[in-house]
Design a protein around this ligand. Sequence first.
Ligand SMILES: [Zn+2]
Length: 94
Amino acid sequence: MSTERSGVTSFTNLRFLCVTTGKPIDYEVPGDAQTLKDLWARTLLRSCCHCGKVHRFDFRTAYVDGVLADLDVGASELVSPTEGSTAPFGSDER
Ligand SMILES: [Zn+2]
């Protein structure tokens, strides 16, 4: 899964879980306000690349999960390796 961040056309990444395999499925939709507004309250159908079935999912849920997935990647990049880890000199056993 390569993520190209061209930034020219805005796409929003949706993510939902395959109910059969439990694996995440990413689904990109145009990220403009009109599309989001139109899809917001809808239930979408998406053929699954893992099990081959068609799954129904709530746009809102998938949208939030997609955003959180993006934030998770960004957050791990932002946290510096020394932050939050044990102090280098605190190596005595507990
Ligand atoms: Zn599936």
